[in-house]
Design a binder for this molecule. Structure first.
Ligand code: 8IG
Length: 278
């Protein structure tokens, strides 16, 4: 007798764009908001930003939405919120957690949230993250606008002959808006490593030689999928630690969480002010 192994995951084989459409349909039905305008992905340290954006219309556990899975990292919030942005007629979709490439589920789940945001009507996407900084002048807690990225994951969210232009991937127009809120916001190039380990000092040095100012484990694959889906993108990193070898200190996840919490009120205000002006 042969036994067949049947997994519960029926989404793995689904067309990723169909799955995003299903998720968007679910969100429209569950929130009562037929079309959203703006999506935000909240990374490490950015969890408090949603409260300042406006009035929460609905909050959905992410794992109830087609194609979404439970968050893997402590400190990440596994909900999706629909928020009416104060002082505007716009509705924001706030993704409180992301799936990381290092979870080993492949690239499709990593970019499902972004594709869902596009399917839900969003035209703008704000990607945030916590990361390591290469510039010693950027103390833990410093927010940095992403000007460009280096994708060191050796993969892409796009499949087949999908040749997408990534010039001005991180919109100059949106960076200009961010600078009207805080003209002193620095800009940098973000390099995505696969993780989950942090870099060695030699890898950080390599990233610097290649032109990176920030090192992290997210964002670039999402930005690529977002551009493909037609979204205009703003990326903001929170430097939660100096990258390995830039300071004498070893890296710890606790330190990362603490730096995020300390910077929380300031960066939440910043993000809300930017979102209101988009
Ligand atoms: I928070 O120093 C955070 N995420 N790759 N390196 C990488 N990811 C990070 C880091 C870091 N800090």
């Amino acid at each position: 007798m042969t036994t067949t192994h049947v997994t519960e995951d029926t989404t793995a084989d689904a067309d990723p764009f169909d799955l995003a459409q299903q998720a968007a349909r679910y969100i429209a039905d569950a929130t009562g908001i037929e079309s959203h305008d703006l999506a935000l992905v909240l990374g490490s340290g950015w969890g408090g930003a949603a409260e300042l954006l406006g009035e929460t219309v609905a909050e959905l556990p992410s794992h109830d939405i087609p194609g979404f899975s439970k968050p893997a990292v402590h400190g990440h919030v596994g909900t999706l919120r629909s928020i009416k942005i104060t002082g505007t007629t716009k509705h924001a979709l706030v993704l409180g957690s992301r799936t990381h490439l290092y979870e080993g589920k492949g690239v499709r789940p990593v970019v499902h949230g972004v594709r869902t945001a596009a399917a839900a009507g969003c035209s703008t996407l704000i990607l945030t993250n916590g990361c390591g900084g290469l510039d010693p002048a950027w103390a833990p807690g410093t927010p940095v606008l992403i000007r460009d990225h280096i994708n060191l994951t050796a993969t892409s969210p796009l499949e087949g002959a999908t040749f997408v232009d990534l010039t001005d991937l991180y919109s100059q127009r949106l960076r200009d808006i961010a600078h009207t809120i805080d003209s002193a916001l620095p800009e940098g190039v973000y390099a995505q490593f696969p993780g989950p380990h942090y870099e060695t000092p030699a890898e950080v040095k390599m990233a610097g030689v290649l032109g990176a100012d920030l090192v992290g484990m997210s964002t670039t694959l999402e930005a690529i999928a977002a551009r493909h889906a037609g979204l205009e993108i703003l990326g903001i990193s929170l430097v939660t630690n100096l990258a390995a070898g830039i300071s004498e200190q070893a890296l710890s996840h606790e330190e990362v969480i603490e730096a995020g919490q300390a910077a929380g009120p300031r960066i939440s205000r910043l993000l809300a002010d930017i979102a209101k002006n988009i």
